[in-house]
Write a protein that binds this ligand. Structure first.
Ligand SMILES: Nc1nc2c(ncn2[C@@H]2O[C@H](COP(=O)(O)OP(=O)(O)O)[C@@H](O)[C@H]2O)c(=O)[nH]1
Ligand SMILES: [Mg+2]
Length: 241
């Protein structure tokens, strides 16, 4: 494969992701860059481990601010990736949802904002849905998948904090999420593949798999065509790893 893995530094994430740097914080959709650079959005419940996942995937400590206080990120934070200072794609850290003590009006504003972002942001090439492996997909995650479905975006579910589960529990958690996706795919009208993997930021589990997919989404031309036969039929939705 021609992924740009770093042979010297961190071997389990990609150099492209390691080039991530802060781009912009936006409180409204109009503030997002209007150019055509591909964008991958990270979404999930507050406290699921979204910021931590972004940090570890990008091999940086505080790129996305990871907080012990849930619900702190109330804007879209964009990060640019590209080698040698070039900007070839972006990662978007979306506001977390589902934090219990946030006022209803704020929750509804976030929900509307995320729905509009998913519906209108033409640059989106994929969605990373971060979910706590101990909780699986919750109603708000299903709501979000419903918003994303019309855009026909591929979704990759990262089941985080896998280190908190035994091996058997990890397997069961991943299977439960895949089964639930299969069961709900038709009613959600999912039109693009949904994949699921276990992830742990602390134990660095699943980094390579997640970064390979991200690279493929962000820079499809740079990824080896021999890895996946071009035009291979993809039956939607797939709930594979
Ligand atoms: N054990 C463990 N804790 C994690 C992992 N990922 C995140 N956390 C912790 O979960 C809490 C919430 O993480 P954060 O990234 O801020 O969540 P966010 O609200 O989704 O951005 C923090 O205390 C993190 O240290 C993980 O893979 N394993
Ligand atoms: Mg966060």
């Amino acid at each position: 494969m021609t992924h740009t893995w770093d042979s010297t530094g961190s071997p389990d994430t990609s150099v492209l992701l390691q080039s991530a740097r802060f781009c912009i914080t936006a409180a409204a959709l109009q503030q997002l860059p209007a150019d055509a650079l591909p964008e991958v959005a990270f979404v999930g419940r507050s406290n699921a481990g979204k910021s931590t996942a972004i940090n570890v995937l990008c091999g940086q400590r505080r790129l996305a601010f990871a907080s012990k206080t849930p619900g702190r990120t109330q804007h879209v934070n964009l990060f640019s990736v590209g080698l040698g200072g070039a900007e070839v794609a972006r990662l978007a850290d979306l506001p977390g949802y589902g934090y219990a003590s946030v006022p209803l009006a704020t929750k509804q504003r976030w929900e509307r904002f995320i729905a509009q972002y998913l519906a209108q942001r033409q640059q989106l090439v994929g969605l990373v849905l971060i979910a706590d492996s101990r909780l699986g997909l919750t109603e708000l995650d299903w709501t979000l998948l419903g918003y994303a479905a019309p855009a026909a975006l591929p979704v990759h579910v990262l089941l985080t904090k896998a280190d908190k589960l035994s091996r058997a529990q990890q397997t069961a958690a991943a299977r439960a999420v895949r089964d639930a996706l299969q069961a709900r795919a038709a009613s959600l009208r999912l039109q693009a593949p949904v994949s699921v993997q276990l992830f742990s930021a602390t134990r660095r589990v699943g980094l390579r798999e997640a970064s390979a997919l991200l690279e493929q989404w962000l820079q499809p031309d740079a990824c080896a065509p021999q890895d996946q036969p071009a035009g291979a039929p993809s039956q939607a939705p797939q709930t594979s790893t």
